[in-house]
Write a protein that binds this ligand. Structure first.
Ligand code: FES
Length: 162
């Protein structure tokens, strides 16, 4: 005959004993809630969609009064050069026709910093690898304000009279 050691008397302040099954059940619930909480935090910290509205392709331009004939005016933040000469006003795209880099103004036109294409001020190719000339963009007047539409091209030589 075996005898169990005597249990010490329980105090009223001692917590209720918990069965092994209940303990494991509670542990599983707390683990699941923790995982759900961390997953929610992770989702909230994910980067937000980086979809920015692009600036309108149509924009108003105020040409400087001092703009000399044949001198390009490049509106800030735009990839277009606007010219004024005796025949009118026109806009030449600054997006290289090779792979799309933005060309830089040079003493005799434009030069592409990416692969060295060179263009005349009217956009004609002087040196490749650009396959074709820089396109011209539509220029119109809205009231007394000049409007350039980077989303629309016109045949080279199309000028709007001032
Ligand atoms: S992108 Fe301009 S030369 Fe290649």
């Amino acid at each position: 005959m075996t005898t169990h050691p005597a249990q010490p008397p329980r105090s009223r302040l001692d917590p209720e004993p918990i069965s092994r099954r209940d303990f494991l059940g509670q542990a599983a619930w707390w683990t699941a809630l923790s995982v759900l909480g961390f997953a929610t935090l992770g989702i909230l910290r994910l980067p937000k969609a980086a979809v920015l509205s692009s600036p309108s392709k149509k924009f108003r331009v105020k040409l400087p009064d001092s703009l000399a004939p044949g001198q390009p005016f490049i509106p800030p933040g735009r990839s277009v050069a606007v010219y004024r000469d005796a025949e009118g006003i026109y806009a030449v795209s600054l997006r290289c026709t090779h792979l799309g880099c933005i060309v830089k103004s040079s003493p005799d036109g434009f030069e592409c910093p990416c692969h060295g294409s060179q263009f005349a001020p009217d956009g004609t190719v002087r040196k490749g690898p650009a396959p074709v000339r820089l396109p011209w963009h539509k220029v119109t007047f809205s009231g007394d304000q000049l409007v350039v539409d980077e989303g629309e091209t016109v045949p080279p030589g199309t000028k709007v009279s001032a």
